[in-house]
Design a protein. Sequence first.
Length: 271
Amino acid sequence: MVKVRALKIRPPKIRATKMMSKTDFLLLRGLGRDQRHWGEFREMLNSKEYTGSIYALDFPGVGTEADRDSPVSIGGIVDDLEERFSALELKSKPIIVAISMGAMAALEWMKRNQEAFSGAILINTSARNLCSLAERLDLGVLKDIVRLLSVDDLNLRESFIVNRVSNLDAETRLRKQADWTAFANEIHVKKKTWIYQLLAATRFKAPLKFNQKCLFLASENDRLVNSVCSKKIAANYGVPCLMHKTAGHDLPMDDPNWLCDRITDFVKEIS
């Protein structure tokens, strides 16, 4: 009788898929803006599988801090941010996502304490010591800003801002203008806050050395701050600066999907 040897069938090996750990984020806005201006970008970021908690801090003089005076230096603003941030008592190090003057504050903050954050996404920013005045702010725009600060028509002010920082179609910009005018009516930003923040931004000098994991993003068609500023700062630190072809200065508003995709890539890279 022939013996039939049973074949052992081994189950296929299943490779374990590396799960992305949850990442917290801290958001910082720019000149005269507050956390409400993040709009749908914040909702998109919150929907990502890797997103833990999202925190946002307003500068003194705007948003939740509108009843307080703004410092006249980025250093003074960071002093205030650090104090409120420490009160959160976070157990993990968030990635900081900051735009324009918010990115200036982020650079100053990480110069002081490189252990505070696990990385940084810095959008459409500039610095006095690495960029020329003409690159940082068009002189014609500066004159218009000063003129607008002398009028009380919030709709006129927000119309100018939206049309300067966004390259979206006219109909969408009108909707954004209505939203931002409603924000302005709800929480009034004092004229001196605008002036103090302008002074702080124009005086800012970026740290010359920087070891934090970071990524610069810039809009080629930025009509407020020349994109060469972000390129110069990134080159000084030897880190990437990725360019958006069509968005305006307010990249989170003009293309939140593109921004979220870049953040996703960054999170994977540093994880």
